[in-house]
Each structure stands twice: as C-alpha cells, then as structure tokens.
Design a protein around this ligand. Structure first.
Ligand SMILES: [Zn+2]
Length: 927
C-alpha cells in the first residue's frame, strides 16, 4: 500500500503504520485476524470521509464536483488482504464476457470484439438481421443493491465469512462529507459499493456475472438466440467491461422483448438500471427499416452517430485510424502549449518527452494502427519541443530524430520510435491469435478468417477487417522466432501450427490430416516417433530432422504445450521485447562511438550526460553547424576569429582553453588531437579511470558554459575559474558517494544448534555469457557436511542452471535417504524467483521457457515428497559454499557427486561451514 496515499479520517497514514511497525505491528495483526474471525469491523474503522474535487474552474452545482472517498487505512488493509486472496479464483468464476479487473484480460479484448462485430454488421455478406445495443447503466457503482450482491456471492460460492464481512462493512459504514475541511454529521448509505475499496471492483463484477448467467439461461431456454458472425463462431449475447455493457440480438420482436424484460428484471433486483436516453443502437446492413423501427421502439434507444465511442475507441464505419490520429495530434499540441521548453535543460525535456508526451498515444495505438503521416507529424511536434522554440514553426534540430530514437548503446537517447512502437503494440494482438488464446475476440477472428486453413496459411480476403489485414501483414515477424514447446503435443496440430524450427505450413491436406495432433505422431510407450506416419505427412527428410532435433513429447502432469517466442526468457511476447526486436531489425547494429561506455560513465549529472551526448553526436549549436543550416551565419569562431568553430576547436583548440586542459587535474595536452571530435574524445579517454572520465566530462561542460558566457554575456574568460568550478562539481559528488555507502551494522554471531534429523541442503549455480554453467549442492545432516555434488553444464539460461542445481540436489539426497524413514530436508537456493515458482507449483509462472520441462519434473518430485521436503529462499551468504563450488565446477569442468574427501576440500580451498547466523534467523521466523 502506498505510504502517503489518502490518510484515514483519523489522520493516520500508511507510512505511520509502516514506520512504526515494530510497536504497532503485532497489535494490528491481532486486530485484523479478529476481524476475519468475527466478520465484524469496529465501527470507527468504517467511517469514511468524502471530499469534493471540482471538475472545472468555476463549480456551481453539485454535479461539478467529483466526490472522492477516503476510507480508514486498517479497513483498506483488511479489504486488500481479501482482494489478494480472491484474485487467483476470480478468473475462474467470472465468464470470459467480462474483461475488466481480471489479470490476463484487458480492455482491448472488449474493443477488438466489438470492432469485429461491427465490421460484420457493415459487411454486405453478413445476412442476418441483428442489432447491437451499447447500454448505459446509470451510476452503476453507487446503485448496487446489497441483498442482490449477497445473493450473487452466495451463488458464486464465495465463503460465507467473506460475504458476512462485506455486508457488515456496507451496513455499518458512515460517511462524512467534508466541505472546506470541515465535516458535519454522518450519512448512512443504504446501497452502492464503497469507492476506493480494493474489494469493490470484484464485488461489482461478481454482481454483473449474474447478468451473464441470466442471459445464458435465457439462451439455453430458447428465449434469445444470440448472434453468430460466422459458421464456427461462438454465440454472442453480450460483452462487458466493468459497467460498460453491450447487448447483442436478432431483430425479431419476441427476442427484443425478451432481452428488454431480462434487463428490466435485472435492474429491479440489482438496482443497475439502463438509461435508454444515453444508450445507442447499431444495426447490421441488411436490416429492414421496419425491423429497425421495432427495435428502437422496444428499447427506446437512438441509433448511434458517426462519432460514437466505446471505451474510447471510435466506432464509425470508416477512417477510424485517421480520426483517432488527428485527435491525438490535438492532444499533444494542447499539452505542449502549456510548456516552455526554453526554461528546461535538454535532460529535463527528455524526461518530459519520455514520461508524458510518449504516453499520450499509447492507449490508442494499441487499438488502432495509425497512419504513418500522422505519426510523422507527432514526432515532429515532439522533436520541436526537444530542440526548443516550441512556440514557433521553425526549429533547428542538430541530430536526426531517428538517431535520437536509437538505443543508448547505439548512440541515441532511447526515445521510442512511435511507428515501431505501434507495430509492437499491435503484435500483441497477433500473438494472442497465434497462441490460440481462449479470448472471445480471438475465437471470433478465427471463425471469420482462419478456421479452415489455420492462422499461418489463411490469407487476406476481400472485405476483411483492418485487424485481420494487419495481422496477415505482420505475422511474418514471428515466422522465425515462434514455435510450440511440446508437452504431450495434444493441442498442437501437425500441419497448421509451427512446432519445429524449419516448420512450413502445408498447402494441401485432407480434413483428417489437418486435424492430426503431434501427440498422434508419437508412441509414448516406446518413446519414439511413429516413423511411417511422420514420413507420410511430412516426408522422409523432415522425419530425419525431427528425430534428431526435436525434443520428444513428454507426459508430465501440469506441463502443457506452450507457444514460445524465443526472444524473451519467459517465452511470451511482450510489447517491450517486441519493440526492441523491431528496432534491431530496422536499424542494423552500428556502433560509431563506444556509446555504451559513455552511458556507463556513472555519477554524471543527467544534464551533463546529455550535453556530452550532444557534443559527440555533433548536436551543439556551434558556428560551423549553424552555418550549414543558415548561410548568413559565419562559420568563424567569434571568440578567436582564427578558425571555423567546429567541435574540437571549440572545446580544445580555442583561445585559453588549452590552458584549462593542461593546467587542470588531468594535465591533458591538446596540440596533437585528431580533428574529429569523436576521435579526439576517444583518444583522450582511452584507458582512463572512471574518476578521471568524470573530471573530463565536467571540464567539457564548464568550458561550454564559459564559452557561452563570453559570447552572449561578454563575461571575460578565466581558466582558473573554470578549473575551480570543475573542482566544486567533483567535491559535491564525492560527498554524495560517501553518504550512499554508509556501512551496515554487523549482527553478533550466535552459535546455533542443528537438530540431528534436520537436513540442510544448499544449492547454487554459476553462469557466464559463454553459456557455460556450474551447479553445486552441499548436503548437511545436523549441520555436518555429509555429501556434495557439482557439475558442469551448457545452457543459455541462468534460471535453468539454478533449477538444474535443485534437481541434482534432490537426486543427491534421495540416494542418501533411501533407508531412512523420518527426515525433513530444507533446500536453500538464493534464486527467489525459482523458490516462488516451486512454492506456487504453477508451471505457467516459470520465467524461462527453456526451464519449463525441468521445473515440471522438480514440482512433481516435491509434491511426491510432501512434508519431508521444503525448498526455501536463502541469502547469498547462506549459500556461499555452494556458490564457490559452482564457480569451481564451471571453470574446471569438475563432475563430482560423493562424500567429500579431505583432499578435494583442500584442493578447492572453499570454506564449507554452514552460516549458522542465517539458520538461526530461519528458525526464529514465524511459519
Ligand atoms: Zn576560437
């Protein structure tokens, strides 16, 4: 919980509790437990302040204020605990039609679905008379009926204690409205959810789930039919995002009447009533005038205009992308109008660009592919701001925008290139289609465009939606890098889904062959491929390739087939990684300057760093640079009038500056420097220590300031002042360094008694970028070392190496423990991520796709051993002996799994004693 976010009505903030946890914590825990046990909350914790935030500059009526309620910190804490407990289950109980507040579902899912529906409506091939109603539910959150919510939660099998607690807190809530900082009396609400309570979103979607069930029931009973966009398309009756409800139906008197009855009934019991005046209707192209009229009369709603939006997305029949783009341009302009770029340093402008300006288009770019021309205009607005003079039309950019957009390592400033970023966002949708996700819009798209031929073979058809046309254009991006990692192989079709590296979609095949899955090609009993069948389907050459190179299907419980994008560790597509990939392919690697090395120069103030970047990119307004752009400006250095003012002249050769370099701390002679600035800087900094590089950069910066002062303010240049200023920079920074590295307290070491039947195992892995890994484990009984193991491996992935270490450790102690009955083994690894995954037991959370099969094996081992084995997180110090051994194994390629011998231990010179301090802490920690 955020420490300073909305304090309680009694003034207590989260920070207060967090910082005084030692004193207050134990009591608070007792109180919170008590609340969960009794399902009652002390009344003063249910008090809630409502403050009014004006929506405009001159609020006149209550409608001009936005009420914001601030609940008690402890109450929010209780609700947060509940919400966290409920989170994993909520996606199982709430249907796919709802896309809000559930992890793994998002707002674009609803938008894409609605867009595909309307695309079908507008197509002349779509022959059903159907309608879509965007229903506006009036004040949905505030009107929720509590008894209805209770019924809904009972229906969804939410535990009774939680229901009682929620209902209790609703019924006993008291609200004070603060006006001018004063509150007067209490209001007792009788309906509605609590704003700002972490449980409210879940309560709301659980109540809405009742509507889904009602509609589904009506569909089963044949009262409503729902609509189908294509033959294999699932029946659609509605789409929900929180309280944004879309209803779908056939234009037929009886069905419309039924739908309207259902909504009325739902409104009566839940309090969630549709406001017809604000609702809008769409109709498919083939609807007759008369049918349209009937629906309008029945539902009392108007047809939608061209500017109608759904969750921000435009729903007009054409040109959505262009209209959205123009709106974004206007938004950028209005943001920029309020900023004076000349008052900010370049570093400051860069921060604003990255954190504010770039975030303006992101949401819309994830739902629309914007026209290139508009993206160019947006970029030029942003570039204008970066180079200053935002109020004039002309601006001078000294470094091309494309270069600024490059990564730091390639000489740019890491600003996002909007067009590529838009593609990366869109590719997320392509990924959803490829991975066969069970999202509703994916099913609809599949039925409309690729149910027969499969995603990779289906082509553009006339009249396809923009979504599918873009997907066909962009799927090639994934061609080389995507394939299915086989578990059993029963969800992967042989001919239409990529599952080995050189896979190509097959053009002709019978329907039966098309439906064959990979598991049908594999004999699990004999653990080999069905040779004849593979050859028949794919040819002999491919069979040989598969037999040699493809990992065989395995049947491990919990492990499922998974589409892998091999550019990320997790194996999933992410927008960030996709963008990086696109940048790499669009701008091939070119390193002119050791840029990475420049950004690694630590402890430079941001403005100085950007200044150095501009200098090396030739992006400073020097006379010669200006002359290139405007002929009338003379290229001659106006300080010495001896030479053109190019970068090396300005910083190293010009009058008086040589003295600064030679007289300063570094004692640099500048007579024989190369003329090119990049070469000159490289020449000087070659082999320099970090501290000296820092001095060097600050000297450049101070010279630049001195040059500007003498040019524009006619302040005489004095080398000593420049040197002193550089000294001042270095002193303040040295001070900061010291403050950051204050030594930690060392706790006293207390000896610790190990229990004899307790076994401790410490494991670790070591990995280097040449893909070599070492793994090691040490097994102790009652604190005494009884076995150790180490191994060298080749792997691309440090996470996999950590998992290998645990796997080997489990094998290692199982051999020892064959005869023992009673034992408890604690395995300690310092890889927190891995420990968490093993604790969850959920393979889907493995942050590395390469390690999935191995992790599945470890998890099944752990569950088999049950209480006897526990994998825990250990500090780096605690696993240090394993760490040292893993290093040893990696470097020397040792393979060893035995009782340790004295000579081996002597040879490795590793201290193998257990860190007793750590184990004592583990013991003291409450379970
Ligand atoms: Zn000069």
């Amino acid at each position: 919980m955020g420490p300073d976010k909305s304090p309680s009505p009694d003034g207590v903030s989260c920070r207060f509790l967090q910082e005084n946890w030692n004193v207050l914590g134990p009591d608070l825990v007792v109180q919170v437990r008590n609340i969960f046990e009794t399902a009652m909350v002390p009344e003063k914790w249910l008090c809630c302040n409502v403050v009014l935030i004006p929506k405009n500059k001159e609020p006149l009526t209550p409608n001009d204020y936005r009420p914001l309620s601030i609940g008690n910190v402890i109450y929010r804490l209780v609700m947060k605990v509940l919400a966290n407990r409920l989170r994993p289950y909520i996606q199982k109980i709430v249907s796919m039609e709802q896309t809000a507040f559930i992890s793994g579902r998002c707002i674009t899912d609803s938008i894409m679905l609605v867009k595909e529906i309307l695309h079908s409506f507008n197509s002349s091939r779509f022959s059903q008379q159907t309608f879509m109603l965007k229903a506006d539910i009036t004040k949905a959150f505030d009107k929720m009926d509590w008894n209805f919510l209770k019924e809904a939660m009972i229906n969804l099998n939410v535990p009774g204690k939680i229901i009682d607690l929620m209902l209790y807190s609703f019924r006993h809530a008291k609200i004070t409205i603060k006006v001018n900082g004063m509150g007067d009396g209490f209001i007792h609400p009788t309906r509605g959810l609590r704003q700002g309570c972490p449980m409210s979103p879940y309560c709301f979607i659980m109540a809405m789930e009742m509507l889904t069930r009602k509609l589904r029931h009506a569909q089963v009973m044949g009262q409503i039919r729902g609509i189908k966009l294509a033959q294999s398309c699932p029946l659609l009756t509605h789409v929900i995002y929180a309280d944004d409800l879309i209803l779908l139906g056939n234009v037929d008197g009886a069905e419309v009447q039924q739908l309207s009855n259902i909504m009325e009934e739902f409104g009566n019991v839940s309090g969630l009533v549709i406001n017809p005046a604000k609702s809008k209707l769409w109709f498919s192209k083939c609807c007759t005038e008369q049918a349209i009229q009937t629906v309008q009369d029945n539902l009392r709603a108007d047809p939608a205009g061209h500017e109608e939006r759904y969750l921000g997305a435009l729903l007009s029949s054409s040109n959505n992308a262009k209209k959205t783009g123009n709106m974004l341009l206007e938004r950028l302009k209005s943001k920029l109008a309020g900023w004076r770029s000349n008052l900010l340093s370049h570093a400051g402008r860069l921060v604003l660009i990255k954190s504010v300006l770039m975030s303006v288009p992101v949401y819309f770019m994830s739902i629309e592919v914007l026209p290139k021309g508009i993206i160019k205009q947006m970029e030029s607005l942003i570039a204008k701001f970066f180079w200053g003079k935002s109020d004039q039309n002309r601006y001078m950019s000294f470094v091309a925008w494309a270069k600024i957009c490059k990564d730091f390592n390639m000489g740019g400033l890491g600003v996002r290139q909007l067009e590529l970023f838009g593609d990366a966002l869109f590719m997320k949708l392509v990924w959803d289609m490829m991975s066969n996700s069970n999202k509703m819009w994916v099913k609809v798209c599949k039925s409309k465009y690729y149910s027969n031929l499969g995603f990779w073979r289906a082509n553009n058809v006339a009249g396809a939606s923009p979504l599918w046309r873009q997907a066909v254009r962009m799927r090639g991006f994934f061609k080389e890098s995507v394939r299915w990692q086989l578990a059993k192989g029963d969800s992967v079709t042989v001919l239409s889904q990529p599952w080995y590296q050189q896979w190509e979609p097959v053009t002709y095949a019978t329907r039966r062959d098309r439906q064959k899955t990979v598991s049908q090609l594999f004999d699990f009993g004999a653990n080999m491929w069905h040779r004849e069948e593979v050859i028949r389907l794919l040819g002999e050459q491919t069979h040989n390739y598969i037999a040699q190179n493809v990992q065989k299907p395995v049947s491990v419980p919990g492990l499922t087939d998974k589409l892998i994008w091999d550019q990320t560790k997790f194996g999933n597509y992410t927008v960030k990684a996709g963008y990086e990939c696109l940048v790499k392919t669009t701008y091939p690697h070119s390193i002119e300057v050791p840029w990475k090395y420049i950004w690694d120069w630590k402890n430079l103030a941001p403005k100085v760093r950007i200044f150095v970047w501009r200098l090396l990119s030739n992006g400073l307004p020097l006379a010669q640079n200006l002359h290139h752009r405007i002929q009338a400006i003379s290229p001659i250095c106006s300080r010495c009038r001896q030479e053109n003012e190019y970068a090396t002249h300005c910083f190293f050769f010009c009058q008086g500056f040589r003295m600064v370099w030679f007289g300063g701390n570094l004692g640099i002679r500048t007579e024989n420097l190369p003329l090119n600035i990049v070469e000159a800087v490289q020449y000087i900094t070659y082999g320099m220590q970090e501290d000296d590089i820092r001095t060097f950069c600050y000297t450049l910066w101070e010279i630049w300031l001195a040059r500007n002062a003498s040019l524009f303010q006619h302040i005489d240049f004095d080398p000593r002042t420049v040197c002193n200023k550089v000294q001042a920079w270095l002193c303040t920074e040295a001070q900061q360094d010291r403050e950051e590295s204050t030594p930690r307290h060392n706790a006293l070491q207390v000896p610790y008694d190990f229990h004899h039947e307790e076994w401790q195992v410490i494991v670790d892995a070591s990995w280097d970028t040449s893909h070599t890994a070492g793994t090691a484990y040490l097994i102790y009984q009652g604190g005494k070392l009884i076995k150790l193991g180490m191994e060298k491996h080749t792997t691309d992935d440090p996470f996999q190496a950590e998992a290998l270490a645990i796997d080997e450790a489990i094998d290692g102690f199982q051999q020892l423990l064959r005869d023992e009955n009673y034992f408890r083994v604690h395995v300690f690894s310092d890889c927190l991520n891995l420990v968490n995954v093993l604790e969850d037991g959920c393979i889907e959370n493995v942050p590395s796709w390469r390690a999935r099969p191995l992790i599945a094996k470890i998890i099944s081992n752990i569950s088999r051993l049950g209480e006897k084995l526990k994998v825990q997180h250990g500090s780096r110090d605690a696993v240090k002996p394993a760490h040292d051994m893993a290093n040893h194994a990696r470097r020397h390629g040792v393979s060893y799994h035995e009782i340790p011998t004295v000579s081996l231990m002597r040879e490795m010179r590793i201290d193998m004693r257990l860190d007793t301090k750590f184990f004592q802490q583990v013991q003291e920690r409450p379970p």
